[in-house]
Design a binder for this molecule. Structure first.
Ligand SMILES: NC(=O)c1cc2c(=O)c3cc(F)ccc3oc2nc1N
Length: 327
């Protein structure tokens, strides 16, 4: 096969893999069986092996993992990655609402999101191309884990529009991947991961991207960082804009006009939580208007326009029950 024919074939396979990957991993709506995806990936790998000059940074072949790194480079976040203040009960939520309404001086509506229990990551895109991904680190300096993030199939290597922006999200390990991973480790007599969050963090800190690729990680994006998207004036519109660009966002989000609606959303998820295919440790409540977010601003550590309601830790309840039952 000559170079020109190879290039045509490679481009054909890449666009099929990108489309199938988007349907399967972002929309959760596959149109072809896995075997078809894997067959095409194999064909691409063989062609890129034979014609290395045709490799590109956004080729889906990178999903299987590239070369092993010696270390992770440091990355300075253009906008610091802050952490959320916590609320532990209804009164904390009402106090948050009162503080926000006093400062905003007008009506405020909120967006409620499930709080995914994973690892915060920041993804930078230049003209639509995924160029760098980093951990939160200390909020200002994180670790460059681009190679590992490229193995997460729900992270687009190229956006559906050639925009330059930074997005924030949570990388996580689905419960089924976690159970399968620990089962395999148990069979090999290896130490088990305590929970999906630790497993996700451990997987993204592997210097060998092939290991990260084998861990079946996923991601939900929840914010647009420094370069706010054009024309977007609310957080909920921002999330829809992320969907439009080809990102995976969590569909359980809900806009709430009052803190009472927020509280019933939170209570609703207390019992639905165990049925989710991923772990959450609470609900994040954010002021929807970006202008009001701007007015409220941030402290050195946390935004004043968002709060995390934390579910009571399950294991503590189980232990207390065990103690009661055992006496
Ligand atoms: N784990 C999460 O599912 C999640 C986490 C955060 C944050 O950590 C977070 C931190 C900020 F400084 C501002 C907004 C945020 O929004 C967030 N939204 C979410 N859905």
């Amino acid at each position: 096969m000559d170079l020109q024919l190879a290039e045509q074939k490679i481009n054909e396979i890449r666009s099929l893999l990108n489309q199938y990957g988007y349907e399967y991993y972002v929309l959760d709506h596959p149109t072809v069986p896995d075997a078809e995806y894997d067959k095409l990936m194999q064909e691409l790998l063989v062609l890129e092996e034979k014609f290395p000059e045709l490799k590109t940074p956004d080729s889906p072949s990178i999903r299987v993992g590239g070369t092993v790194l010696d270390l992770f480079e440091k990355v300075e976040h253009r906008t610091p990655m802050l952490s959320l203040g916590n609320a532990f009960n209804e009164q904390d939520l009402r106090d948050f609402d009162r503080r926000v309404r006093q400062a905003a001086g007008e009506a405020v509506s909120y967006v409620c999101e499930l709080k995914i229990d994973g690892l915060a990551v920041s993804l930078r895109y230049e003209e639509g191309l995924f160029v760098q991904g980093a951990t939160r680190g200390d909020g200002t300096i994180g670790e460059d884990i681009t190679a590992n993030l490229k193995t997460i199939k729900s992270i687009p290597l190229r956006l559906r529009e050639n925009v330059s922006l930074e997005v924030r999200g949570e990388a996580y390990m689905p419960k089924r991947s976690f159970e399968a991973l620990n089962k395999a480790r148990e069979e090999r007599g290896e130490e088990l991961f305590a929970n999906p969050r630790n497993a996700a963090a451990g997987s993204l800190r592997q210097l060998d991207p092939k290991i990260a690729a084998s861990r079946k990680l996923d991601v939900f994006l929840y914010g647009i960082g420094n370069t706010g998207a054009s024309g977007v004036i609310s957080h909920s519109e921002g999330l829809n804009y992320l969907d439009h660009l080809g990102f995976k966002t969590n569909k359980e989000r809900k806009t709430c006009a009052t803190i009472d609606d927020v509280i019933s959303y939170v209570n609703g998820w207390v019992e639905k939580r165990p049925h989710l295919p991923y772990e959450i440790d609470g609900i994040v409540i954010k002021v929807d208007s970006l202008q009001q977010q701007e007015e409220l601003g941030t402290t050195a550590k946390s935004p004043r326009w968002a709060i995390a309601y934390k579910f009571p830790a399950e294991e503590v309840i189980t232990t207390l029950l065990d103690i009661e039952l055992s006496v």
